[in-house]
Design a protein around this ligand. Structure first.
Ligand SMILES: [Fe+2]
Ligand SMILES: [Fe+2]
Length: 307
């Protein structure tokens, strides 16, 4: 990264210091994921498995319309959906990270990328274990996005997607890590993930800023158009991520009558917009501050958080 970064006026020394600090923290906090948790034989079918305030029905009239038993069952399958998203989402994202390790552009980030990949490997294992031991590991769900960007833009988008994904999942981790109504294994998994992801997000915020700075806009045609395309992509990815938290397969498995209609009503519910804003407000502010998200893109088409 150093030569290219210096050419475009950004001093890499700050990133080097931050990566060193993150590497040290990862070494200090390392653990054996195979031995870390006490896995109970079963999880109580009568207990919530996901915090009620995180369910896709939270803050809507469905909270009063569903019985307690239906809410508990929904919490089980939304937890399996959430844990499956973590498994497949991180697996797909780290493939792109591994692809870039030990290439000149990523010289100052590669050491930390090894820690990130190692930690994500642990996360994939324990989220998948949780699903397979107690419920179901759902198959991956795709977010459909435009894919034809120049290489340097793709490099930026890889780490932007990773950061967006991680900032959304840690919101859920943070709440579940201390929720006394959840089984201990759920709190433990979410606390472990929250601690690791806090470092990944610090890395993400650094590398995303650097890689955007490294895009050679003058070689990609109309600069304003390319910046707008990137901004629209970021907006579409955030909304695509939020849609994954309205899982038809989980509603079906939880026995919700007419799951299509249920999902459609929830996604259109204005009460859900406030919840989405809470989840994404920090990352939206990050992208806006760096002019990566542009007002023109925010003011046209779909709005962030309104599905
Ligand atoms: Fe993770
Ligand atoms: Fe991560």
């Amino acid at each position: 990264m150093s030569a290219e970064t210096q050419q475009r006026g950004k001093d890499p020394k700050d990133s080097i210091i931050r990566m060193d600090r993150l590497c040290n923290l990862s070494r200090e906090k390392s653990y054996d994921h195979y031995e870390l948790f006490d896995w109970p034989e079963t999880v109580d079918e009568k207990s919530f498995l996901m915090s009620p305030q995180l369910l896709s029905v939270a803050e809507t009239s469905f909270v009063d319309e569903l019985t307690h038993e239906q809410m508990v069952k929904l919490s089980h399958y939304e937890q399996y959906n959430y844990s499956s998203l973590n498994t497949h989402g991180e697996r797909e994202l780290i493939i792109d990270v591994i692809d870039r390790m030990h290439t000149p552009k990523y010289e100052i980030f590669t050491e930390y990328m090894h820690h990130l990949v190692e930690e994500e490997n642990a996360h994939l294992w324990f989220f998948a274990q949780f699903c397979k031991r107690y419920g179901v590991l759902y198959q991956p769900k795709k977010i459909v996005l435009p894919s034809s960007f120049p290489d340097d833009v793709n490099d930026f988008l890889v780490f932007a997607r990773l950061m967006i994904f991680e900032e959304i999942v840690v919101y859920f981790n943070k709440v579940m890590s201390t929720d006394p109504c959840l089984p201990k294994i759920v709190r433990d998994i979410n606390r472990t993930h929250f601690v690791d992801e806090s470092r990944h997000i610090a890395f993400g915020r650094d590398i995303v800023g650097v890689l955007y700075h490294c895009i050679n806009f003058s070689s990609h045609g109309d600069e304003k158009e390319m910046r707008l395309n990137i901004s629209n992509y970021i907006k579409a990815y955030i909304n695509g991520m939020l849609r994954l938290f309205y899982p038809l397969h989980a509603y079906t498995d939880a026995g919700i009558p007419d799951p299509y209609e249920f999902r459609s009503k929830l996604m259109k519910s204005p009460q859900r917009h406030g919840f989405h804003q809470k989840i994404v407000s920090k990352q939206v502010a990050f992208f806006l501050k760096r002019d990566i998200l542009m007002e023109e893109s925010l003011n046209t088409g779909e709005t962030i958080g309104v599905l």
